[in-house]
Ligand binder design. Structure first.
Ligand SMILES: Cc1cc2nc3c(=O)[nH]c(=O)nc-3n(C[C@H](O)[C@H](O)[C@H](O)COP(=O)(O)O)c2cc1C
Length: 212
């Protein structure tokens, strides 16, 4: 059993490294803080979309907590804070900041830095996205949704992303951050700029920052 788990982990890490072969740096995230926060009903009461942000950076601990809340591993079997159909776990979260762009590796809870270029202008069409400190791009990997038709893949990636996005909304409400989920994104441009593979699909983006 142990050997089997070990083999699965090796295959996973090799496939992650292969899938994101242009990694220039691995950024270790601090342990996510999994206790505390605002009572759920207070967070629900504050949940809203915001489009005016200061340029204040989001610190690494908050990013760690945010990504874990969004789609981190919350059980020993690797399952996540957000559900996915058939446990496909098909989402990769691209993290776009002024200091560069990254892919969140949930299994190891770290950021794979892909570039030091500021690509925020491509993360969403609206002006506030271009100056806000951070935008997440939710990218579904259709290659992980084995045995499904493209219609089923479209349907489930569109539903699964909603859970991730709502986790981020509630996290932001709890932390005093603002956020707005975005359907208005140039998917072809994102595909080109963020060097997506043919099996990957841009579903939505979500911008975050401190309220103006
Ligand atoms: C799938 C989806 C796509 C959205 N796309 C955008 C968008 O591109 N730009 C934007 O400013 N707001 C976008 N929104 C936010 C909605 O406009 C917002 O949720 C709605 O106005 C209700 O406001 P509230 O979130 O504050 O309750 C989107 C929301 C959803 C659920």
């Amino acid at each position: 059993m142990k050997t089997k788990i070990c083999n699965i982990m090796i295959i996973f890490f090799v496939s992650v490294s292969f899938a994101f072969s242009q990694v220039i740096e691995t950024v270790t995230l601090p342990e996510p803080q999994k206790t505390g926060g605002m009572p759920l009903f207070e967070a629900l009461n504050l949940r809203q979309s915001l489009r005016d942000y200061t340029i204040q950076e989001i610190d690494l601990q908050t990013k760690s907590n945010l990504l874990w809340a969004a789609f981190g591993v919350n059980r020993e079997d690797g399952k996540r804070t957000s559900p996915t159909a058939r446990d496909w776990r098909e989402f990769d979260i691209y993290v776009v900041t002024a200091a560069g762009w990254y892919v969140y590796d949930a299994e190891r809870h770290l950021l794979l830095k892909m570039s030091s270029d500021d690509r925020r202008e491509y993360a969403g069409r609206q002006d506030f996205v271009h100056t806000a400190p951070l935008t997440l791009i939710y990218v579904a990997d259709y290659d992980r949704m084995e045995g499904a038709s493209d219609e089923i893949r479209d349907f489930y990636s569109a539903t699964d992303v909603g859970f991730i996005s709502q986790n981020v909304y509630l996290f932001c409400a709890s932390e005093g951050l603002g956020t707005c989920v975005l359907g208005q994104v140039d998917r072809d441009k994102i595909r080109e700029v963020f060097k997506l593979r043919p099996g990957q699909r841009v579903i939505l983006s979500q911008t975050l920052g401190y309220p103006e």
